[in-house]
Design a binder for this molecule. Structure first.
Ligand SMILES: [Zn+2]
Ligand SMILES: [Zn+2]
Length: 161
């Protein structure tokens, strides 16, 4: 049985709380762990549940037997990393989370921006403010290539947002 690194939605009201979110296979393959890569016991990985849309913070993954992997739960989706600065009251704290979405030939940036602006994703952000953007602010969208990446204020990405 394939053992897969997964995240679980911690939200009690989640309609599919028992369904794991499989992480990219490469999250498990690189051993020993590079301390700069998640999970490293210091960086949180923020992830939005594709079912209840709540963002939660994770320090590590769980290993799970998924008999039907790589098909099965969320097999049609890829991890998208969304990065921006908090738009509430000039807070500007870097906010980043990951979510499983069905990949499209053209990145659906406008649709994702609308979802961000309308409160589609809710839950934990590093500064405690609700997840929101303004109309004209920059937002980074990137498909996760290889390993997942934890929340890291030293990421050069933040100087571009
Ligand atoms: Zn959920
Ligand atoms: Zn904030």
């Amino acid at each position: 049985m394939p053992v897969v690194a997964c995240l679980w939605c911690p939200i009690d009201e989640c309609p599919k709380q028992t369904q794991p979110m499989p992480l990219p296979v490469s999250t498990l393959q690189h051993k020993p762990l590079n301390p700069e890569e998640w999970p490293n016991d210091k960086e949180l990985l923020y992830a939005a549940c594709p079912d209840c849309r709540q963002v939660s913070a994770h320090l590590r993954f769980v290993l799970w037997n998924l008999p039907d992997f790589p098909s099965g739960p969320h097999a049609d989706k890829s991890w998208l990393r969304i990065s921006f600065r908090c738009a509430v009251e000039d807070c500007k704290t870097p906010v980043q989370f990951h979510t499983l979405v069905i990949p499209t030939a053209e990145p659906a940036r406008n649709e994702w921006r609308e979802k961000l602006a309308s409160g589609y994703w809710r839950g934990v952000s590093p500064c405690g403010h609700p997840i929101a953007i303004t109309n004209d602010q920059k937002v980074g969208f990137a498909w996760v290539q290889g390993r997942m990446q934890g929340y890291n204020l030293a990421d050069p990405l933040w100087s571009t947002l």
